[in-house]
Design a protein around this ligand. Structure first.
Ligand SMILES: *[C@@H]1O[C@H](CO)[C@@H](O)[C@H](O)[C@H]1NC(C)=O
Ligand SMILES: *[C@@H]1O[C@H](CO)[C@@H](O)[C@H](O)[C@H]1NC(C)=O
Length: 456
């Protein structure tokens, strides 16, 4: 982890003159809150229907600001460098022995999640911008009085009329990862988690959760009291995983009926907005789907069956055991909302890259996490990358395949191998490859749908 970060940072310095036009997060970016340019104050606008505005963490309406001196290239590299912590986190969810290398948090004020949603907690609702994480179940927020929280904004239980603390006797307590209760008695239900290189302790509480115009009463979440290590998503995290304490489990299945979708806007777009649609209403009717697989031992993750990858017309020969779903080891492919660039286990990435390099004119150079950068003018001639899932082919549009350096005129293949020191068996389909696609998760019918949608 540490070595990876250092390596990424030295690349930042080396390549500092290449300013990447692939814009990931911008302090100047404006949000159009899922309507078009009509809204006068789109940051303040209340949602009009079931869609929840999904905004990049550094967009204009977000309270989180990118340090202004930072270039896009640096931002991208910092983002991509946090992927290795993400992979550590995802691997830690697998039924393998835990990784012995503890991620070291760097001093950089990196963010952990890439997209945030506006929610209201408590009564009256306290506005929080929580990171959206499809690979976590529980939600948690910094609570007032928290030590070590970086948050300027915390949730104040005292200011809410509907707040309740939960003790060890409630059934939800035993569903929290890392809970500890001396006996199933009346002690507060407390738990310790690690997330992205930091650890925190929290107590399980419940209150009303407001999403767009919906209110979910008695929603159980962690009230973070103490943080050690690196920064956490500073206004908390909303878990959209599949486990018992996730939003869907807690909305009793009736409200959203286990269905949601999101569209992540183009990273390049100036007007950048996305939407999170909860529930079956308003979802695309005709959409190609692939089976959603469930690993009973790690129920949070959204596994799909990646059966192959093509580069142009060439179906890359990949050993099926490196792609296929294995509930015992946790191996397979997941779709994740929190990783920036798609990561394949090393032999898979190596084979894709080698085939790609065979078809594109070199020479090739590296840029941070990207090892296959080439003269940008060859990009339009570059082969299309197609991900083959059972029953569904996803041809990656150009913008989901490459990132650019403007002054250097380079295009880079926007994928990478799992970082060396992450002993992962997981392939992770990440944000960059999901731009301008609607990804639909139907946990009742066990399907994942993918359709092109311009949600800029
Ligand atoms: C959480 O960690 C702290 C500090 O290491 C420890 O004092 C506390 O007992 C732990 N709590 C739980 C619930 O494991
Ligand atoms: C994944 O797809 C392969 C190839 O079509 C198939 O043999 C395998 O059974 C599928 N796995 C699951 C878990 O659906």
């Amino acid at each position: 982890m540490h070595a990876y970060t250092v390596q990424a940072s030295s690349s930042i310095n080396m390549d500092a003159k290449l300013s990447i036009t692939f814009i990931l997060f911008s302090a100047t970016i404006q949000l159009l809150a899922f309507t078009n340019a009509i809204a006068l104050d789109h940051c303040a606008s209340e949602p009009l229907h079931l869609d929840v505005a999904l905004i990049p963490i550094y967009s204009k309406c977000s309270p989180f600001q990118l340090p202004s001196a930072r270039s896009w290239l640096d931002t991208l590299m910092i983002m991509a460098s946090t992927d290795s912590q993400r992979l550590h986190y995802l691997s830690s969810l697998l039924p393998k022995k835990r990784s012995t290398s503890v991620p070291i948090a760097s001093g950089l004020a990196f963010n952990i999640g890439n997209y945030v949603v506006r929610v209201k907690l408590g009564t009256p609702g306290q506005l929080m911008f929580m990171v959206l994480d499809t690979s976590s179940d529980e939600a948690w927020v910094p609570c007032s009085g928290c030590t070590g929280c970086s948050a300027a904004v915390t949730f104040s239980p005292k200011a809410s009329a509907t707040y309740r603390s939960l003790d060890c006797s409630v059934p939800q307590c035993s569903q929290v990862r890392g809970f500890s209760c001396p006996d199933a008695g009346s002690d507060p239900c407390s738990f310790n988690h690690s997330y992205a290189g930091s650890s925190f302790s929290a107590t399980l509480v419940q209150d009303s959760l407001g999403l767009a115009s919906d209110i979910i009463p008695n929603y159980a979440f962690g009230c973070v009291n103490n943080v050690a290590g690196g920064p956490l998503p500073s206004q908390g995290l909303l878990g959209l995983g599949r486990g018992p304490l996730s939003l869907f489990s807690q909305s009793a299945g009736s409200l959203y009926r286990g269905v949601f979708s999101y569209c992540l806007p183009s990273f390049k777009s100036y007007f950048f907005s996305g939407s999170l649609k909860l529930g079956p209403r308003g979802q695309p009717k005709r959409i190609r789907t692939t089976p959603l697989l469930r690993n009973p031992r790690r129920p949070s993750l959204y596994y799909v069956n990646l059966t192959g990858v093509s580069v142009g017309r060439v179906h890359v020969g990949l050993p099926s055991e490196l792609l296929s779903f294995n509930p015992n080891t946790g191996a397979g492919t997941i779709i994740d909302s929190g990783t920036v660039i798609t990561r394949f286990v090393e032999p898979v990435y190596g084979a894709i890259r080698d085939e790609f390099r065979r078809q594109v004119k070199g020479p090739f150079s590296s840029l941070g996490a990207f090892d296959t950068c080439f003269v940008k003018s060859y990009e339009t001639l570059a082969p299309t990358i197609t991900l083959h899932f059972s029953g569904l082919e996803l041809k990656l549009p150009l913008e989901n395949s490459f990132v650019h350096s403007s002054s250097g005129s380079l295009a880079c293949l926007a994928m990478a191998a799992s970082p060396n020191n992450v002993n992962s068996v997981l392939n992770v389909i990440a944000n960059l490859q999901q731009q301008n696609l609607r990804i639909l998760f139907d946990t009742v019918n066990n399907k994942v749908g993918i359709a092109r949608e311009l949600c800029n």
